[in-house]
Write a protein that binds this ligand. Structure first.
Ligand SMILES: Nc1ncnc2c1ncn2[C@@H]1O[C@H](COP(=O)(O)OP(=O)(O)OP(=O)(O)O)[C@@H](O)[C@H]1O
Ligand SMILES: [Mg+2]
Length: 246
């Protein structure tokens, strides 16, 4: 469903951010994308939706990401951006949520019904008429997630989906994500969320693939995680000691 081959790309500086990155994700797989800050997680997602162009090949459901294919490719992918401020661009949550489905030909009534159902599923129906610019960080995150889920895409790319969520909303997000049948790639520093939602993990270090394997193997490998600027998920680390900064 996703094929990335020898992908090298950057933002126009001297050095590329991604170096010859290659991996494949089959239909229905649930894959976590982990790595330290600046490793290139968001960058590879931007390549998949054509926001950045890369050397090498990026294919989505058999079609190469290129200008001609972008409308089709973006129809296949629901992309939850790391920054929800870039995701919600209409005045109200409702307007944002019905925009996509109506753009793809659904009537306003159908789109509203679907959008309301998604908000209810997330326990967020009270956001329906709210102004986007008056939402808290976590509310905006949930609204952005709901907006993407309403589109029912074949592939979900989620960049830090649990960012800013309180424990209840984070738990609901995990439940909802675990019930979705789609192919998923979830970039996150919340390794406990990755532990609960993904079967396979890709570990990126400095734009290169450092490891690719089952979640149980990678997230329990303290040495591998620490070599790559990460730590064991809290659920596996036992009761964490408090850091002494003195
Ligand atoms: N718009 C940009 N212009 C120039 N450099 C950028 C831009 N966006 C990201 N970078 C650089 O690309 C590298 C990879 O960034 P990226 O956002 O992919 O990292 P990440 O793994 O998602 O990190 P984080 O965990 O902090 O979200 C970083 O060194 C970053 O500074
Ligand atoms: Mg990122």
């Amino acid at each position: 469903m996703i094929r990335v081959e020898n992908c090298t790309c950057g933002y126009g500086g001297d050095d590329p951010v991604l170096h010859q990155l290659s991996f494949r994700i089959a239909e229905g797989e649930r894959v976590g994308l982990i790595g330290a800050n600046g490793a290139g997680k968001s960058t590879i997602m931007k390549c998949m939706v054509g926001l950045l162009s890369a050397e090498g090949t990026v294919c989505i459901a058999g079609r190469e990401v290129c200008r001609k294919e972008l409308p089709w490719i973006r129809r296949q992918i629901g992309y939850v951006l790391q920054d929800s401020d870039n995701q919600m661009f209409m005045a109200t949550v409702k307007q944002d949520m019905i925009f996509g489905p109506m753009n793809y030909g659904m009537s306003a009534a159908e789109a509203e019904k679907l959008a309301k159902q998604t908000l209810e599923q997330l326990g967020m129906e009270f956001l329906w008429d709210r102004q986007n610019h008056r939402l808290s960080g976590g509310e905006k995150r949930m609204a952005a997630l709901a907006t993407i889920l309403t589109m029912n895409p074949r592939i979900l790319l989620m960049d830090e989906p649990s960012l800013a969520l309180d424990p209840g909303n984070r738990r609901r997000l995990i439940q909802v994500v675990n019930h979705l049948p789609q192919t998923k790639l979830i970039a996150s520093h919340d390794l406990d969320l990755v532990w609960e939602t993904c079967d396979r993990v890709l570990l990126i270090h400095d734009g290169r693939l450092a490891a690719d394997g089952p979640t149980e193997a990678i997230l329990q490998d303290r040495e591998l995680l620490e070599e790559n600027g990460l730590e064991l998920p809290l659920c596996l680390a036992g009761v964490p000691s408090r850091t002494n900064f003195e």
